[in-house]
Design a protein around this ligand. Structure first.
Ligand SMILES: *Cc1c(COP(=O)(O)O)cnc(C)c1O
Length: 224
């Protein structure tokens, strides 16, 4: 099936229509991105800075580029001028660097805090307690060039739907909990980036506002 057909198929399956589809184009050529663009997609996600800065100038200017996955601090400067949203902010140090580079680029960069929701031992993401402590310490208040607009989470890679559902539901609950607190101006939480090709329907049922879908649109990836 073509990318266009995959997209229309995918959209038909959506359970929640106020949910942004971020087309994850990592490892895929610009021709594939252009095809999805021509089918109406404007939001694309990449997880490698080098790949992102290679592709960005070759494609239309009105694409909104999303940085998904782990971002190294020393690479923030390359994407700061144009990035639309950084999904995987997983340390406070990284957030400070994004703030610094955003200031240099004279803009405010929207970010999502990646929260560790999976049972699996993964390296990346904040624990809920960490975020609560940072809010209490007013650590976010000084970062005038970032805006945290929500949370991102990756569920455990399992066939067990109950586990995945509970993890996504837990992230939604945590955002609701944060929103009962007194938050600084640059912490305006409403987006929940959760769900990929294998679990986006569950994620939507649990309140996702953005799904990051790659292989269901572009087909399997070949990693060399
Ligand atoms: C690759 C990737 C996706 C998309 O995965 P698919 O299973 O191909 O939909 C989503 N989120 C992140 C962070 C990724 O790295």
């Amino acid at each position: 099936m073509s990318i266009k057909e995959n997209l229309s198929d995918l959209k038909k399956k959506f359970k929640k229509f106020d949910c942004l589809l971020v087309a994850v184009s990592k490892t895929k050529p610009v021709a594939d991105i252009q095809e999805a663009y021509d089918a109406g997609i404007r939001d694309f996600g990449e997880n490698k800075v080098q790949e992102l800065v290679d592709k960005q100038p070759q494609l239309p200017d009105d694409i909104q580029w999303h940085m998904i996955g782990h971002l190294q601090r020393n690479k923030v400067k390359y994407i700061a001028p144009f990035i639309h949203l950084i999904h995987g902010v997983d340390t406070f140090k990284l957030l400070k660097e994004i703030n610094k580079q955003a200031q240099k680029a004279e803009r405010v960069i929207p970010c999502l805090l990646q929260i560790h929701i999976a049972k699996e031992e993964t390296k990346f993401g904040f624990d809920e307690e960490e975020v609560l402590a940072l809010i209490q310490e007013k650590a976010f208040d000084e970062l005038k060039n970032i805006r945290i607009i929500g949370l991102m989470g990756m569920a455990t890679n399992t066939e067990n739907e109950a586990i995945v559902r509970a993890e996504f539901g837990g992230l939604k609950k945590f955002m609701d909990q944060l929103n009962t607190l007194e938050l600084p101006e640059n912490l305006a939480l409403k987006e929940l980036s959760m769900g990929m090709s294998g679990d986006f329907l569950l994620a939507q049922e649990e309140g996702s506002t953005m799904v990051r879908v790659g292989s269901a649109i572009f087909g399997k990836r070949n990693y060399r």
